[in-house]
Structure formats: C-alpha cells, structure tokens
Design a protein around this ligand. Structure first.
Ligand code: 5GP
Length: 208
C-alpha cells in the first residue's frame, strides 16, 4: 500500500550559539522518526567534529563536482568563505519512508529550500535577547573574538528575517523549546493538505 503521508521537511534556522543543535538533539532523542540531514561543507572540522556525523567535509573541488551533479537541494557560501550544502538524496528517501527530516541551515538557505520545496516548514529558533546570545557564544569557547563579533552582527541580520518563517521558538529553557517544536510537528501533520491520501480513502475518492 502506498504510504498515506510523506514525512515533513523541517527547516530550522537561528543565529550561531542560539542552541539549535541542543534543541534538535533533544527533539530527536524523543522521536526516532525525526532524522537530521548532514550537510556538506568546505570548512575545516572543529575539534571533536566527525566526518559524516556533523558534516561531510569536502574540498572545494569535491563540492564543485556535487554542484555539477545537481546533488544539492540548496547550497550557499556562508560567512563569505566556506561553502555549505544540503545533499538531496537523504532528504528525499527519508521523507518517502515517512520519516521527518530536519535541515539545520542558515536564513538564505532556508529561503532557497522554501522555493525548491514549498511544503517545507520553516522554524526560526531565536534567543531570549541579543545579549544572552553573545554570552552563549563566548561561553562556547570555540570561537575567536573576531568570529564572535562577526556572528553577533550576522545574528541581528538573521533576526530581521524572522517574519519570513512559519514559526518562531525562543530557546530560553530547552525542554520548553522542544515542546514547542513537537507542537509544530503535530499541527503540521494534521493539516488537511498533508492528508489528501487519507481524505481520499475516507471519501472513496470524492471531494468537493
Ligand atoms: P557552522 O560553521 O557554525 O557549523 O555553520 C555556519 C552556518 O552554516 C550556520 O548558520 C549553519 O546553519 C549554516 N549551514 C550549515 N549547513 C548548511 C547547509 O547545508 N546549507 C546552508 N545554506 N547553510 C548551512
């Protein structure tokens, strides 16, 4: 039997340091049917980052080859130096299986995904304030002062894009943010346009 409902494509953006990774990891720990897409990037791995887990680390030549093969749902040069892209095949195969896929990507990438996949759900994770965001970046201890300044300035630009998203979740208390993400998933799954197969089944194929 054909699957009644395709999995959701959830695009999650938010400034660096806002805790997107923490919220998404906690959400996935509760929901094995939610999978994280692993992006490809040309940036160097940070300490502790594993190829194929955090990113697929690529040379510029390898990345260019993937572009040529139309292997990306979207790709982008972020912070003016490194390339990041979402491989298409994983997203499509998981959604066909009925699993939900999270893309943790930046604002411009999110807009490209909206164009390529109009049924994507765009969620922005915002900090309680810009001051708290900066404190979190400093506390992470992996960024240079220059990188913190660039990322704080970028954060303000990203926050201005909030109205282009479908939902906003403020990450103050992680468990609450996770609960709000679950509410978004539940609501989206109940939308009639995502349940056309079920409606057809109920009506014997007849709708007004
Ligand atoms: P980082 O270097 O801190 O891991 O990520 C830098 C930025 O790249 C973040 O804003 C992150 O969301 C974005 N990013 C990661 N993967 C992708 C991707 O596949 N596509 C796009 N457009 N942005 C990405």
């Amino acid at each position: 039997m054909a699957r009644l409902r395709k999995g959701l494509l959830l695009v999650v953006s938010g400034p660096a340091g806002v805790g997107k990774g923490t919220v998404n990891a906690a959400l996935m720990a509760k929901h094995p049917e939610i999978k994280m897409s692993v992006s490809a990037t040309t940036r160097a791995p940070r300490p502790g980052e594993i190829d194929g887990v955090h990113y697929f680390f690529k040379t510029k030549e390898e990345f260019d080859r993937m572009i040529g093969e139309n292997a990306f749902l979207e790709y982008m040069q972020v912070f003016g130096m490194n390339y990041y892209g979402t491989p298409k095949s994983f997203v499509e195969s998981e959604r066909e299986k009925g699993n939900h896929v999270i893309l943790e990507i930046d604002v411009q990438g999110a807009m490209k995904v909206r164009e390529a996949c109009p049924d994507a759900v765009l969620v922005f994770i915002a900090p309680p304030s810009l001051k708290i965001l900066k404190e979190r970046l400093v506390g992470r201890g992996t960024e240079t002062q220059e990188s913190i300044d660039v990322r704080t300035a970028t954060a303000l630009e990203e926050l201005k894009m909030l109205p282009k998203y479908d939902y906003m979740v403020i990450n103050d208390v992680v468990e609450e943010a996770v609960g709000e993400m679950e509410a978004i998933l539940t609501s989206e799954l109940l939308r009639t346009e995502r349940n056309t197969n079920l409606i057809m089944k109920l009506t014997g194929g007849e709708t007004v």
